[in-house]
Design a protein around this ligand. Structure first.
Ligand SMILES: C[S@@+](CC[C@H](N)C(=O)[O-])C[C@H]1O[C@@H](n2cnc3c(N)ncnc32)[C@H](O)[C@@H]1O
Length: 232
């Protein structure tokens, strides 16, 4: 699976399919994230969210991990073009399923349209890892697709998702076939939903989840040791 081929075309394809809605969804909570100082972004993509986030949060420093070298290059170029100090972002190319991230380190985690890339089996360790990276009280912004509750909108959303997974399979070899409901997994790893906003009749959603302090009796399952710890 690689987003390298898609990376230079991602922007304009998104514009045709979603207009401005996806970007509105990504930046929907910027005003509520002003206190964030140490931020972890997984699957940032081509840097359009990152640029807006860093402009809005002049004190924040970001670690950005993405699987795709091409996406990382685009994001880096976008930061340079915007005159953003390169020291504020540490870019890493790597697969979050095979990396370790430092525990209890970040006050904000961002995943925009990343969780939809994983099936249920993959999601469990990814959510465990990202939850463990957050400090207690830290926030996690989840921007992603959702199946709306209204039945006509839900039917349309399911159809659109089928088409999107098919196109992603062709362009990136993504193997995931359907959207997992990640709410129970987030909740089971100590996250509580604080706020949610949606666009396109509930098809696009951006949510702020907060990590509560876990009691010793409800510790999250241990994270499996990955085979390959080296950054790619
Ligand atoms: C669907 S794109 C979303 C990009 C962007 N965040 C957005 O809002 O449109 C998924 C992004 O996550 C990255 N990605 C997918 N699986 C990943 C993984 N296992 N580890 C790290 N990055 C991953 C891809 O390279 C791509 O940049």
């Amino acid at each position: 699976m690689s987003f390298d081929l898609l990376a230079p075309h991602y922007h304009w394809i998104e514009k045709i399919v979603f207009g401005d809605s996806l970007q509105k969804c990504r930046i929907g909570w910027l005003d509520s994230l002003k206190d964030a100082k140490r931020v972890l972004i997984i699957g940032e993509g081509d840097g359009r969210f990152l640029r807006e986030f860093l402009r809005a949060n002049p004190l924040a420093v970001v670690k950005s991990i993405d699987f795709s070298r091409k996406m990382r290059e685009l994001a880096k170029r976008r930061m340079e073009a915007a005159g953003i100090d390169g020291k504020r972002v540490q870019f890493q190319t790597g697969d979050i399923r095979k990396l370790l991230v430092p525990e209890g380190t970040f006050d904000l985690v961002i995943t925009n349209f990343l969780l939809d890339c994983f099936d249920e089996k993959e999601l469990q360790p990814v959510i465990a890892l990202l939850s463990s990276a957050l400090i207690p009280g830290g926030l996690w912004v989840v921007g992603d697709f959702r199946i709306p509750s209204i039945s006509a909108a839900a039917r349309r959303a399911r159809w659109r998702l089928r088409m999107m997974y098919f196109c992603f399979r062709l362009s990136t070899r993504l193997q995931t076939k359907e959207l997992v409901n990640f709410d129970p997994l987030l909740a089971s790893h100590g996250l509580v939903l604080l706020k949610a906003r949606s666009w396109q009749n509930g098809f696009l959603s951006s949510e702020i989840w907060k990590k509560r302090k876990l009691q010793p009796s409800e510790r999250a399952p241990a994270i499996e040791q990955p085979d390959d710890l080296s950054p790619q």
